[in-house]
Ligand binder design. Structure first.
Ligand SMILES: NC(=O)C1=CN([C@@H]2O[C@H](COP(=O)(O)OP(=O)(O)OC[C@H]3O[C@@H](n4cnc5c(N)ncnc54)[C@H](O)[C@@H]3O)[C@@H](O)[C@H]2O)C=CC1
Ligand SMILES: Nc1nc(O)c(N)c(N[C@@H]2O[C@H](COP(=O)(O)O)[C@@H](O)[C@H]2O)n1
Length: 260
């Protein structure tokens, strides 16, 4: 159980600002999507599927918790929710109100996330240290008992159609979140979520990328960020407006996807 209190120096905020959502975004536009995760030098998010792996050092971790306060929502795939049992709140000591916490969103089409009142994200919401999670599922992925548990802590199920491949279209996920008043979402992972976002053919979903690179190799067998090449793809998927910012021993890479 985490009782940590983090702090992020105000001097580190200005270099991040160009990549963060506007504070007064237009309600009609798509929610701002920031893709943010921590990776090893060999592009791994974790040692193996199902193994929670600490990559961020204390400084970049504080940055992540600052980023969490700057977004309305924080999204992960259901495998991450299952294996990491994450808190998905911000533990900055400067937080004074629940309004400053992001809404946890879990993509779980098949209802695999078997949360209980002991799951960190549920417990923290019950203690008003985070918001109640919204679980995006397809019809049949929700149960009455779990719906009641979510509602007790201020969360809910959002039911969405999947395509034939059993996945949600990212545009649909962002639309449903937009309808719920979410203007910015920070996507943290895991691998399947990140790789599927990066193969969006028009590269119009991801507004900015903030990646923590830790000075470590995890070796083969990890959960890797490496989006599948599209049929006939010859060009590289590149970033523009790139900035490299040291945070302790890690480096944080900020940028925007270059649209061809
Ligand atoms: N280093 C870091 O910053 C992070 C590391 N991780 C690590 O990543 C690993 C988990 O990654 P993965 O196994 O790739 O799983 P994942 O966390 O990406 O979850 C995959 C699941 O999410 C759902 N999902 C994803 N995209 C969907 C879509 N478009 N439509 C409907 N459902 C969708 C599906 O149920 C799918 O099985 C864990 O080991 C975790 O510790 C996770 C987040 C951040
Ligand atoms: N920024 C970052 N650095 C790491 O080293 C990580 N392992 C992660 N993982 C992501 O953060 C979630 C855990 O968050 P809590 O500390 O429990 O709030 C985890 O589920 C991944 O999404 N991120």
């Amino acid at each position: 159980m985490s009782r940590e209190t983090l702090s992020f120096p105000p001097t580190s905020i200005p270099p991040l600002e160009p990549y963060l959502p506007l504070t007064s975004p237009s309600p009609s536009s798509k929610p701002h999507l920031t893709l943010t995760y921590a990776t090893s030098l060999d592009a791994s998010l974790s040692l193996a599927p199902g193994v929670r792996t600490t990559l961020s050092g204390p400084y970049s971790k504080s940055m992540t918790h600052y980023l969490r306060t700057r977004h309305n929502a924080i999204l992960v795939g259901c495998t991450t929710a299952l294996v990491d049992n994450p808190a998905l709140n911000s533990r900055l000591g400067s937080i004074t109100s629940l309004d400053q916490q992001p809404r946890p969103i879990i993509l779980d089409p098949k209802g695999r996330w078997d949360f209980t009142e002991d799951s960190q994200v549920i417990r923290l919401a019950a203690e008003f240290k985070g918001k109640g999670p919204w679980v995006v599922t397809k019809r049949g992925g929700e149960t009455k008992e779990r719906g009641e548990l979510l509602e007790r802590v201020g969360g809910k199920f959002l039911v969405l159609e999947t395509g034939e491949d059993g996945r949600f279209k990212w545009g649909d996920v962002l639309s449903v979140l937009g309808e719920q008043g979410v203007r910015s979402v920070m996507v943290e992972g895991g691998g399947e979520v990140i790789n599927s976002l990066l193969i969006d053919p028009e590269n119009r979903l991801v507004d900015s990328v903030i990646i923590t690179i830790a000075p470590t190799w995890l070796g083969k067998g990890g959960v890797v960020v490496s989006p599948s090449r599209q049929q006939g793809q010859t060009s590289q998927l590149k970033l523009r407006d790139v900035s490299w910012q040291p945070h302790g021993e890690d480096v944080v890479l900020c940028g925007r996807i270059l649209r061809s």
